[in-house]
Design a binder for this molecule. Structure first.
Ligand SMILES: O=P(O)(O)OC[C@H]1O[C@H](OP(=O)(O)OP(=O)(O)O)[C@H](O)[C@@H]1O
Ligand SMILES: O=C(O)c1cc(=O)[nH]c(=O)[nH]1
Length: 225
């Protein structure tokens, strides 16, 4: 079913943040930082992959993402939905189902044997493709996925994610210069506000995370090996 009636963007953000906290997808550790896809350290890590194991939550968030993409990009803006390997694939499938569109997925790298493909499923020249991923930090992975989609002759001007870090202002330019618009349900600011409202995490942990969120590049520069 295509969802039609949904809360405003700020309430979607609050409920998504709440769901991420409820499934314990939110990890904070300033003492032993996580390494991200970019290779950079971070005291925060969000594991949206966990959402697939919670049917009520995943269904609600996929309805939210479908309606957000339709509100922001248009109701008839796409011909194909591509999930990004690996975390984006299940969410891509669920969004394709909601938008009643063909589904494909994009590999991070060519398979290396067989057809040596990066795109799996049927994607044809001129199709307008929505790239679906679980989340984005600084957008680096999105550029590669979009390039692989465009190599088929299809277009890709939009990517939809559940979560965006929301602390790297350059992401808008990085994706914008690449002709891609980001659609996200919530950011770290929404999660932090909800974590505080619900009393998740101790004050020291929250203070450490706040320091990173206020100036992530300085935080990373101070900890680069
Ligand atoms: O580069 P960004 O656009 O900021 O997004 C960060 C990427 O990191 C995660 O993937 P990861 O490399 O961990 O692979 P996985 O999906 O196979 O787990 C996530 O699924 C994004 O693709
Ligand atoms: O940038 C990443 O690699 C990344 C960050 C994060 O918080 N969660 C995730 O799955 N990947």
């Amino acid at each position: 079913m295509i969802p039609t009636s949904f809360p405003p963007k700020d309430e979607i953000a609050r409920l998504t943040a709440r769901a991420l906290l409820e499934v314990e997808a939110v990890h904070f550790n300033s003492r032993e930082p996580f390494t991200l896809a970019s290779g950079l350290p971070s005291p925060t890590y969000i594991d949206c992959r966990k959402l697939i194991s919670f049917p009520r939550i995943r269904s609600t968030l996929m309805d939210f993402l479908a309606v957000t993409v339709m509100r922001e990009a248009g109701f008839e803006a796409f011909d194909n939905v591509a999930g990004g390997e690996t975390a984006g694939i299940p969410f891509g499938a669920m969004i394709a189902e909601r938008l009643v569109l063909p589904m494909t997925y994009v590999r991070k790298k060519p398979k290396g044997y067989g057809r040596n493909a990066r795109i799996e499923g049927v994607m044809t020249e001129g199709q307008r493709v929505l790239l679906v991923e679980d989340m984005t930090t600084d957008g680096g992975s999105k550029l590669s996925f979009v390039d692989a989609i465009r190599e088929t002759g299809a277009t890709c001007a939009h990517t939809g994610v559940i979560f965006s870090y929301g602390i790297f202002p350059e992401i808008t330019k990085t994706l914008g210069d690449h002709g891609v618009q980001l659609h996200a349900l919530c950011t770290w600011w929404d999660v932090l506000a909800e974590a505080k409202a619900q009393g998740h995490f101790d004050a020291e942990t929250l203070a450490g995370v706040q320091e990173f969120l206020n100036d992530p590049r300085a935080w990373q520069a101070a900890r680069k090996g």
